[in-house]
Design a protein around this ligand. Structure first.
Ligand code: NAD
Length: 295
């Protein structure tokens, strides 16, 4: 039987509708959640991500502000902008869009963000709290993966989860989330990466296989076990002269081959992708709720 297709677009719309209700209730108490994005340079992909985030904010009633600066901004100028945002009570979330120009030390910029406003979940404070199993902002893409599983009643408790990729924004935080003694966690997690040997054998053990490598369709049907849950975080452009744009998007999983063997599978696009912004909004609204509690 073919796998159930996990509809990330639909779930992300549901989440946004739920957040809109929360925002309306916050507004009644005089609190408008606010998100500020700092965009350095004119990378078209970054521009499009930031615009997408701003549009999503607008739709659910979150105030958004984009601060644009040229690529030759100094480290000190960028940190001054972030410190200014830290001081503004109406800003609940701050994100500095990456990639940053080569002369900027990204970690130091992240360290400048007030951890109470770290809605990307990249600050070492958030990462440390996540590892300790304490409430904190969770990195949006792995948080989106967990939320997708939750809404499809896929409980990772006691399951063998194999994560392909160990990046700081996907693989590592996802592993940290799934090993916690907590709901939607309690999994036995293996993380594979570019130096892993026998990856195929390891993948075949997985009850839940999560691919986040940025390698087009590397996961083939012979790498998954019958009935596995397959979650594809990868987004890759592959040449396709048949398309107007000259390319199409594929994941790290050969979707057509694997969907006949899996019980659940995420498509690309329309799977994990739309969840990232939904979880960024979730973090921003959560931050505004914390502001209300403190008021
Ligand atoms: P990254 O390049 O930072 O990390 C890739 C990881 O994959 C590395 O840890 C590397 O060791 C591992 N890897 C690479 N080739 C491998 C191989 N052949 N075998 C085993 N491991 C291998 O990537 P990232 O930022 O984590 O992103 C991964 C993918 O997820 C990309 O396609 C990216 O576009 C996508 N992504 C999607 C979203 C979203 O859906 N919103 C968000 C972030 C990243």
């Amino acid at each position: 039987m073919d796998a159930v297709v996990i509809d990330g677009k639909k779930v992300s719309e549901q989440i946004k509708a739920e957040l809109k209700v929360k925002v309306e209730s916050l507004k009644k108490e005089g609190i408008i959640p606010g998100l500020a994005a700092v965009l350095v340079g004119n990378n078209p992909a970054s521009e499009s991500y930031v615009n997408g985030k701003a549009r999503a904010c607008e739709k659910i009633g979150v105030y958004s502000e984009v601060i644009r600066r040229p690529a030759d901004i100094t480290q000190a100028e960028l940190e001054t902008i972030v410190r200014g945002l830290n001081q503004r009570p109406e800003i609940d979330g701050i994100l500095v869009q990456s990639p940053l120009p080569g002369h900027i030390d990204e970690l130091t910029v992240t360290l400048t963000i007030d951890p109470h406003k770290d809605v990307d979940g990249f600050h070492p404070h958030s990462v440390g709290m996540l590892l300790l199993g304490r409430p904190t902002f969770r990195s949006c893409t792995p948080y989106g993966v967990i939320e997708l599983m939750r809404r499809y009643n896929i409980d990772p408790s006691g399951k063998e989860v194999v994560i392909l990729g160990r990046s700081n924004i996907v693989g590592k935080p996802l592993a940290a989330m799934l090993i916690q003694k907590a709901a939607m966690a309690d999994a036995t997690v293996t993380v594979c990466h570019s130096r892993t040997k026998n990856m195929k054998e390891i993948c075949r053990r997985a009850d839940i296989l999560i691919a986040a490598m940025g390698r087009p369709e590397l996961v083939q049907a012979d790498m998954i076990k019958d009935g596995a849950v397959v979650i594809d975080v990868g987004i890759n452009r592959v040449e396709d002269p048949g398309r107007d744009k000259g390319y199409r998007l594929v994941g790290d999983v050969d979707y057509e081959a694997c969907r006949h063997k899996a019980t659940f599978i995420t498509p690309v696009p329309g799977g994990v992708g739309p969840m990232t912004i939904a979880m960024l909004l979730t973090n921003t609204v959560y931050s505004a709720e914390q502001r209300r509690l403190k008021a």
